[in-house]
Design a protein around this ligand. Structure first.
Ligand code: EPU
Length: 337
């Protein structure tokens, strides 16, 4: 384990932003992590997983700890279910593919979400009607201050839409080292309710989909509208879908009768930020190397050499225009560093 200096983070963030880390260390086990933490107590730390949910706008002065813990193991199983413990540094999509191969069901709708498994609980990743919390059992996390390993149950994580305790009360206090999931081995509960999924399955003439069919359908849908970070730097949805009150929704609906929406509860309505951004005229627009994706306006992209500041300026411009046009404030989903 060696601390490198002046290391470019370009290959460590899916936006492909070229900023420098003053000091950088990759850890491959919990022991290595404990070791580095004990040597650097009371120092500001920057924890790096898959780098898929961040926009780097400046040199990182804190010690960067790249969490490269690997391994998937069976904790317990019976005829119907299996519990798997997945180390934090496992790539999320590769884990999903591992499950498909072994016929473990429950996370197939979250195929192709970028990032690592250890950071997935922080924002309770989700797609096509399924969220991480649906198969989550617990996670192990190291308290930075004391270097002790603790187990967090599902209830303790307090999951919400793109949210958890690790983004709120416990922000910056713990490092998730592994996540345990419970998956099905038979009688898989398939979530095919999303229109896009139904259309995709119908186009392939699939009537009784397997989890593999569902994963392939999701991959096809995502590939058709979301850019591959390896080809075009991006961080998935840049903004969260805003949730507005019933009263605000009434006004919005009268003014925008064609707008898509989801009723979260009788009191709360979610409006797709992608629709708002498209209507504000940004879809497919490019400003230097910073841009808004052609096929999904919720995704900001780096055409090559955009700086984090340039992407952030574009995001602020979008926020301002959407607010002026619709009276709705859209918040970034990615972490701005
Ligand atoms: N829409 C537009 N224009 C656009 C994009 C979307 O009008 O440019 C409209 C669509 O026509 C549709 C609605 O907005 O009526 C919703 O679009 P979509 O189904 O693409 O989903 P989303 O709400 O934009 C969310 C997640 C995605 C996830 C999809 C599918 C958030 C912030 N994003 O996007 O997650 O893949 O649903 O479940 O909740 C991510 O978090 O990185 C991510 C990609």
């Amino acid at each position: 384990m060696q601390i490198e200096t002046k290391k470019s983070l370009k290959n460590y963030n899916t936006f492909g932003i070229d900023v420098v880390a003053e000091r950088f260390v990759s850890v491959k086990s919990v022991n290595e992590l404990v070791d580095i933490l004990t040597k650097h107590t009371n120092e500001p730390l920057f924890l790096l997983g898959g780098g898929s949910n961040m926009l780097l706008t400046k040199t990182v002065e804190s010690l960067v700890i790249h969490l490269d813990l690997k391994g998937i193991s069976v904790v317990s199983e019976n005829e119907a279910t299996v519990q798997l413990k997945v180390m934090a540094g496992e790539n999320w999509h590769e884990f999903v593919q591992y499950c498909i191969k072994n016929n473990y069901g429950g996370i197939e709708n979250m195929s192709l979400i970028p990032g690592n498994t250890g950071t997935a609980p922080i924002q309770n990743i989700g797609a096509y009607g399924v969220e991480l919390k649906d198969t989550f059992v617990s996670c192990e996390a190291l308290q930075i201050k004391t270097q002790t390993l603790e187990i967090f149950s599902k209830a303790a994580c307090n999951f919400g839409y793109r949210n958890s305790v690790f983004k709120n009360e416990l922000k910056g206090e713990y490092i998730i080292t592994s996540v345990t999931f419970q998956l099905t081995k038979k009688n898989h509960q398939l979530h095919t309710g999303y229109g896009a999924i139904q259309d995709q399955l119908a186009s392939k003439n699939i009537k009784n989909p397997s989890i593999k069919d569902l994963s392939e359908a999701v991959i096809a849908i995502r590939q058709s509208k979301l850019p591959d970070p390896k080809q075009l730097g991006n961080s998935g949805s840049f903004f969260k879908n805003p949730v507005i009150s019933a009263k605000e929704f009434q006004v919005f609906r009268t003014q925008n009768p064609g707008a898509p929406f989801y009723e979260v509860s009788p009191e709360a309505f979610k409006i797709p930020a992608g629709w708002l951004i498209e209507k504000a005229g940004f879809k497919g627009k490019r400003f230097g190397d910073a841009g808004v994706h052609k096929k999904q306006a919720l995704v900001l992209v780096n055409y090559g050499n955009a700086t984090g500041e340039e992407i952030w300026e574009l995001a602020l411009e979008i926020q301002k225009k959407v607010k002026a046009q619709f009276g709705i404030f859209i918040q970034p989903e990615v972490n701005i560093i």
